[in-house]
Design a protein around this ligand. Structure first.
Ligand code: FAD
Length: 319
């Protein structure tokens, strides 16, 4: 079933979460171990992230360094299919522009159709670590909107180099979600321009938005208001990640370009171990979720990053 159908038919706030494929070499059981504790809260859908290649240097004979491209967390599509099969829960694979030509994207979409996956979160992806800014593949999609357009075309039976297909294999096409940034995407010169780009993604066919994680609900409430003012009227699902380690006070702003409110940062600074940080993270998460539900959000989407304990404790109080 499509995410938008879940959102439209529900009268109360839904629960969903995101997981990461395990590091190469780890078994799929590590995925099941992070899903099992959350199944009792009836997740409407589970997102599975996509991780593009990274470049690593291996030492070769004679002291030479060889640059090798490695994908450390492959398996997004297979994991989505395995989850549907095991839990009968809908999945949302993340698909990115980075590292894909349009042909490769089309092939991935065909795999997803054949596997009966109804949803995609369409993203651009970030630059690889060795590049200073995002560079699309030659004949690849440059922005998430280009990926949205390619998916919409395929939903309409239009393949890249073929005649229009008459036999549709998908269930009326993929439901497409896109990313939104309550604290602005870090590359965009200003909020207004970022919102124009977001609106364009929606007009191209995105049916809902999932936000970057945030710790200050006021930023989300303001974002929803600004989106409405800009004519963006699709559901905006808030993304929540409970803080659990002191070092995240530096790493989260650095990687996700978000702020940690002073009150939360002060409380965490005072902790002498991560056990206490985790408790504060859970308390803050519960407070955030209660306010969001009161505000009437359609769904709360949790970033588990492979660790479900904090999310479970928040969900137990909330759902
Ligand atoms: P876009 O919508 O393309 O926007 C990127 C930037 O370009 C923005 O500044 C935007 O304003 C600007 N822009 C957009 N359109 C245009 C245009 N036509 N002309 C000029 N500028 C434009 N990354 C992964 O690698 N894998 C994942 O699984 C993953 N999952 C994510 C899930 C969520 C919910 C979120 C919020 C992010 C996720 N990301 C993931 C990170 C994401 O790929 C990065 O944030 C990336 O930098 C931007 O992706 P986007 O889809 O928002 O890009």
């Amino acid at each position: 079933m499509k995410v938008i159908q879940h959102l439209n038919k529900s009268k109360s706030t839904l629960f969903s979460f995101e997981i990461l494929p395990p590091l190469k070499g780890k078994s799929i059981n590590s995925i099941y171990e992070s899903i099992d504790p959350l199944v009792e809260f009836n997740p409407s859908f589970i997102n599975v992230t996509y991780h593009r290649e990274e470049y690593v240097y291996r030492k070769r004979e004679g002291g030479y360094l060889e640059k090798i491209s490695v994908r450390k967390r492959p398996g997004t599509v297979g994991i989505c299919a395995a989850i549907i099969n095991k839990y009968k829960i809908d999945t949302v694979p993340h698909l990115i522009c980075g590292g894909f030509t349009k042909e490769e994207t089309e092939n991935a979409l065909i795999d997803l159709q054949f596997l009966g996956i109804d949803n995609i979160l369409a993203l651009r992806g970030d630059a690889v670590k060795t590049e200073s800014s995002f560079v699309p593949e030659p004949n690849g999609n440059e922005h998430a909107i280009d990926l949205v357009k390619q998916i919409v075309a395929l939903n309409d039976g239009k393949y890249l180099y073929e005649e229009e297909m008459t036999e549709h294999t998908s269930n009326g096409g993929f439901c497409i979600g896109v990313a939104g940034y309550p604290e602005k995407h870090f590359e965009c010169p200003n909020f207004g321009t970022d919102l124009k780009h977001l609106k364009a993604k929606v007009e191209a066919g995105a049916e809902y938005i999932v936000t970057q994680l945030f710790y200050d609900n006021e930023k989300y409430f303001n974002y929803v208001k600004l989106c409405k003012e800009h004519g963006i009227n699709v559901p905006i699902i808030p993304g929540i990640k409970p803080l659990s380690m002191k070092k995240q006070l530096q790493s989260l702003p650095k990687f996700f370009h978000i702020e940690v409110p002073e009150e939360l940062a002060d409380a965490i600074e005072k902790c002498d171990d991560d056990k206490k940080v985790k408790e504060i993270g859970i308390e803050w998460g519960i407070k955030q979720c209660k306010e969001l539900i009161k505000f009437g959000v359609p769904c709360i989407h949790f970033y588990t990053m492979g660790k479900s304990e904090s999310v479970k404790r928040i969900a137990k109080t909330i759902f």
